[in-house]
Write a protein that binds this ligand. Sequence first.
Ligand SMILES: [Ca+2]
Ligand SMILES: [Ca+2]
Ligand SMILES: [Ca+2]
Ligand SMILES: [Ca+2]
Length: 470
Amino acid sequence: MRNISKIFASTLVTLTLSSCGGAGDTESVPCALCGDLNDLRGSIASKSGSQAQMQGWVIASFERDTGIARVGEVDNAGLYTLSKVKTNLSQTIALFTPDYILQSVLSVPGTAEKTIKQFVKFGRPVIPKLINNGPIVTFQDFNGLTVMNDLASDMDGDGIPDGSVSIGGGAALNLAPSSAIDQDLDGIANEKDPDIDGDGIVNVLDPDDNGNGVLDVFDGDANGDLFNDTAPGETDTDLYFKEGADWIAVQFELKPIEDGTGNETTLKFTIKINDSFVPLAVQIRGAPSLLNSSTYIAYDADGNPQIQLWNRQLMDDGISEDSNSSDRIFAKKIVLPSAKLPRAHETIFFQLAFGSLSAPSYIEFPYVFPNVKPAAITAAYDKSTKRVMLLGNPFGEIQDYVWQIYVWNATTGASVWNSKAIPGGTKQYSIQDQFLDPTVEYKFSVIAQSLDKIPSYPSYAIHSKKYDLK
Ligand SMILES: [Ca+2]
Ligand SMILES: [Ca+2]
Ligand SMILES: [Ca+2]
Ligand SMILES: [Ca+2]
């Protein structure tokens, strides 16, 4: 059984004394494009030594203190470029398949027993050659690198941090001890720790930041700081950023099509741009296998809906499900082609373009889909008890969700009542019918959803069809 707390308790003194920059120190400057911005080039080979085999893979460098990424795609010679990297800041590297599925995290041999290191500063425009040995990626040498002292747990000493053992298989990631304010006892409080549970998967890539076995999207205190993540002023979870963007949200929705021909699967991308940043464009980077052929609804001059092929752009025009125009909330809701679903650990990046339109650079904000397989739900109404029953399991065995009942006027389609949020473990709930007019016909539906991490932006929402309320 793994016990990360013990490991870090034993190394705590050494770490605190030797930690470069000091525990909890922040290197961030409050500006998305301040500091040393440099283009970095590198090469990567597969375990067998082939660089060509890595064509199409995706390499990202993540700033330790902000989670902001620079992303490059590997060409047919195994070469890549990361543009405008802040080389004065600590970074870690992660590797994604051509389908943008997180495959390998950086592993540098640690100085303390049963640990590895993951953060470096790049001191040269050429990054030492990377070797993909999934689930870890390693440097062939350390020329020009400054290795930082942040540690991650590697209990069996094989160089694979505990959280990444199962990345390739797509299973749920590692469990760790219960939450505390400095959960992994590395001397860095959760609110400033880029890897709260110390398992070697940085928070922005970790589907379970505090390692308690409850995925962030179903965990009301995903960062383990003993404050509800949606309490006023709580802006220290994965979807909030300190620079460039205030927050991001990705929402998966499964909804029966009105004409009864099946379900529609949509993804809605929303980003609130920081007041200090004016991007040239706002768009989504992700797997062609997921996003190509996706569509959205546009409206012609007469207000008629038109299906358009999506060009990866998010808009702040007031007609893109982006709240008001020019409020710095950019969004787009897209319809996925049938049978397409985000896969476990599949990653998308919100891209903010800067520089020039002819040769833009990007700062990128990652979102990783957890290992959740949403399923359609149905509901039934028992007239004698006035209870609505939720049937089916929207998230498999996971019960840490909430659901709500909606009652609709069958003629006008107007919503006339909705229940409070009901815990997923409660499968029946009474409709309060005193407000119902016995001469009017009603319909009801239920919606099951994950918890809000950004208020009003749950990551998953599964709708039932509308049924007659009788
Ligand atoms: Ca982690
Ligand atoms: Ca958790
Ligand atoms: Ca919290
Ligand atoms: Ca807007």
